[in-house]
Ligand binder design. Structure first.
Ligand SMILES: [Zn+2]
Ligand SMILES: [Zn+2]
Length: 394
């Protein structure tokens, strides 16, 4: 049994002692018992937080750390209580703010606002020490409906009373904008970025548009789907009419490959224009649909002599595949043709022909799955052909 004596009378309302019967075996208790117990513990924690803050504020105000030989209250907490610096700083800031902003602290003590909401109020008070006292009571009437709502109220208030500060913040955001990218040794491209609000929201909107709700059985995580959407964004730009024309054509990623490279055989050539080795799975996938990527063959390539007229999918044939499949043919996918590659069912490097019977639409994600062998062609809903398109050769 826990007994927390909350009887100390330093506050305007005397707190009641809280007696919490111990939950002997939480694992075998019922949902209701655990819920009730957590509610009780949370109430006890509230009382402890309040009393902790009051006591720490008094210690800070009286300079106890000095008497005890610590340079600051933060140092006292770090060394005497073995507290992490960040937490010690937060506690001290809250204690000082509680002394200064009595109405906010009282609202916290009376549970009109939560501890997290009180912290947001204290941070706002620190930022605008001149404006906060006159606004404190009005703000307290507006907050208390959750942390998000409180943050919103405070943001609105700040943009009303501190226009220069908001402008400075924006300038600071602008200074901090950056987009770092690097090529990892495994071929992945890694990056880290910070964008000012307007550009960032624009990016999120664009990525959201390219992130349809997951199909049934789609095992990708949200961040994986977002990464795929970012890839689609780059692709739609490179293929789009808005893309600037450089050297007579729209910029496309170029690959240098030869036939062994295309087949994933040892000694084959498969690299980007800049000389970075590209993995053979990605190469075979890109080779499927050369409208996606311009592929430059190596000097000894026999590609044009292997008896097949073309590897590139002509516009008419692509339209026929789109008319037949309409969307990605992976079960349940439905990603529209605009976002699909044309896949060679028997790969071009293995002798598969560029004819409609051997082609189908796959979205980027499912196209990778097929080339990695994670999705079998037997699972694909390739539609039977109708009429004129059958057997038409490029
Ligand atoms: Zn393919
Ligand atoms: Zn798909």
């Amino acid at each position: 049994m826990y007994v927390l004596d909350m009887g100390r009378g330093s506050t305007s309302q005397r707190m009641m002692p809280i007696i919490i019967p111990r939950l002997e075996d939480p694992a075998s208790a019922s949902v209701d018992q655990r819920d009730e117990h957590l509610m009780l513990l949370e109430a006890a924690r509230h009382h402890l937080d309040i009393e902790w803050t009051e006591t720490l504020a008094a210690a800070e105000d009286a300079g106890d750390h000095d008497v005890m030989g610590y340079p600051s209250t933060v140092a006292y907490l770090k060394h005497r209580m073995r507290m992490a610096g960040g937490r010690a700083h937060r506690y001290v800031k809250n204690a000082r703010a509680a002394l200064k902003h009595a109405a906010t602290f009282a609202a916290w003590r009376l549970r009109q606002i939560s501890g997290d909401e009180a912290e947001l109020m204290f941070r706002a008070a620190e930022r605008m020490p001149d404006k906060y006292p006159e606004a404190e009571n009005v703000l307290l009437e507006l907050v208390g409906d959750g942390v998000d709502e409180t943050r919103k109220v405070l943001d609105y208030w700040r943009s009303d009373v501190d226009y220069p500060g908001v402008k400075l913040d924006l300038e600071d955001q602008l200074d901090r904008r950056h987009f770092d990218v690097s090529r990892r040794s495994n071929g992945m491209i890694a990056g880290e970025f910070e964008l000012p609000q307007l550009e960032g929201e624009g990016l999120l909107t664009a990525v959201d548009v390219l992130m349809p709700p997951p199909a049934e059985g789609d095992t990708r995580t949200t961040t994986q789907r977002r990464a795929d959407a970012l890839g689609d964004l780059a692709r739609s730009f490179l293929e789009g009419a808005e893309t600037p024309i450089v050297g007579g054509e729209r910029p496309h990623m170029s690959l240098h490959v030869d036939v062994p490279g295309l087949r994933g055989e040892a000694g084959g050539l498969h690299e980007t224009e800049d000389g970075f080795v590209m993995d053979p799975f990605a190469v075979s996938q890109l080779a499927c649909d050369a409208s996606v990527t311009r592929i430059v063959f190596g000097p000894d390539s026999e590609v044009l002599d292997v008896g097949r007229k073309t590897r590139v999918i002509p516009a008419g044939l692509r339209r026929a595949v789109v008319a037949r499949d309409r969307h990605c043919v992976a079960p349940g996918c439905g990603r529209s043709a605009k976002w699909c590659d044309v896949h060679h069912i028997v790969s071009w490097a293995e002798g598969g022909e560029t004819v409609i019977d051997n082609l189908c639409l796959l979205c980027r994600y499912h196209h990778s799955q097929v080339h990695l062998g994670l999705l079998s062609l037997d699972d694909l809903e390739v539609r039977p052909l109708a009429g004129a398109a059958r057997g038409r050769s490029p």
